[in-house]
Design a protein around this ligand. Structure first.
Ligand SMILES: Cc1ncc(COP(=O)(O)O)c(C=O)c1O
Length: 246
C-alpha cells in the first residue's frame, strides 16, 4: 500500500551518488571533497543518516533506529513528507481546525490543495465524520495531538480508527506529547504502516535552537525520505556504516 502513495518521480529517483559512495574504505579526511585537513569540530561532512543520534533517540523513545527519521526541526520533516507523497495541483491534505498553521504553509509552498475539518465545541472530532469528509485525492491527514492551540490530546482509539480506514498517511504531530498525561501514538508504529509520529526537541527539551525534529514511521517511509534528503546532502560519512536507500 505504501509504495502506491509515493509520488512516481520520487519512487524512480536515484539518490545522489558521490565518488565516496563507491569508495569502500575509510579515510581520515576526504580532500577531493575539499574537507579542511586541519582537524577541528566542524571540518568533516557529517553522517547524513545520523546513526549515532538515532541510536540515542531510539534508546530514549524505545523504538528501533530503522523507524527513525531526523529533520532540521519538525517543520522540515513535515515539508519533506508532503514533497514525497503529494502531487502538486492534484493531491490534497486535510487537517483539523484550529490547529498548527505550518501544515497549510508547507502545503501552499508545494502547491497542494488544503482542506480544513472543523473541530467541535470541545475541540474534539468524530472519526466517522472525519472519514466522511475525506475525498479520493486526500493523501495526508494531519492530527496535532496534543493540539496546538487548544491543548487537548485526542483519543488514541479514534486516531487508530482513522489510520485503519484512511488510504493515505496519517501524521500525528506530537510536538507537545512530553507535557501530556497520556501516552502518545509511538507504540502503534509497528502496527500501522500509514502512521507517522512527529516530535521535536524544540518542545520536548525546550531546545528550539538545536533544530532537531524526530519522526517515527514504517522503515519503508524512512527510506523514501532518506532518498530525498540524501540527494540534497553529499555523503561523506564513514563508508563502513553506510546504509543504502535503494
Ligand atoms: C505543533 C507543532 N509542531 C511542530 C512545531 C515546529 O517545531 P520545530 O521547532 O521542531 O520545527 C511547532 C512549533 O511551534 C508546533 O507548535
Amino acid at each position: 500500500m505504501l509504495e502506491k502513495l509515493v509520488r512516481k518521480n520520487v519512487l524512480e529517483l536515484h539518490p545522489y551518488s558521490s565518488a565516496r559512495d563507491e569508495f569502500m574504505s575509510v579515510a581520515e579526511i576526504y580532500l577531493d571533497a575539499n574537507e579542511n585537513p586541519n582537524n577541528w569540530e566542524y571540518n568533516r561532512y557529517p553522517d547524513p543518516y545520523q546513526q549515532k543520534l538515532k541510536a540515542a533517540i531510539g534508546e530514549w523513545r524505545k523504538i528501533e533506529t530503522k523507524n527513525i527519521f531526523i529533520g532540521n526541526g519538525s517543520d522540515e520533516i513535515i515539508d519533506l513528507i508532503i514533497r514525497a507523497f503529494c502531487e502538486p495541483g492534484i493531491d490534497s491534505i486535510v487537517t483539523l481546525n484550529p490547529s498548527y498553521g505550518m501544515y497549510k504553509v508547507s502545503a501552499d509552498i508545494n502547491n497542494i490543495n488544503f482542506r480544513y475539518f472543523p473541530l467541535d465545541e470541545n475541540f474534539n472530532f468524530s472519526p466517522i465524520q472525519l472519514l466522511d469528509f475525506i475525498k479520493p485525492n486526500d493523501k495526508i491527514i494531519f492530527i496535532c495531538s496534543p493540539n496546538n492551540p487548544s491543548g487537548n490530546i485526542f483519543d488514541k482509539v479514534n486516531i487508530v480508527t482513522i489510520c485503519k480506514k484512511f488510504n493515505g498517511l496519517v501524521i500525528v504531530d506530537e510536538a507537545y506529547i512530553d507535557f501530556a498525561e497520556e501516552a502518545g501514538m509511538l507504540s502503534e508504529i509497528g502496527e500501522l504502516d500509514n502512521l507517522i509520529v512527529v516530535q521535536t526537541l524544540s518542545k520536548a527539551m525546550g531546545a528550539a535552537g538545536i533544530r532537531l525534529g524526530m519522526a517515527f514511521m514504517n522503515d519503508y517511509i524512512v527510506k523514501i525520505l532518506n532518498k530525498i534528503k540524501h540527494s540534497l546532502q553529499r555523503e561523506y560519512c564513514d563508508p563502513k556504516n553506510r546504509i543504502r536507500a535503494r
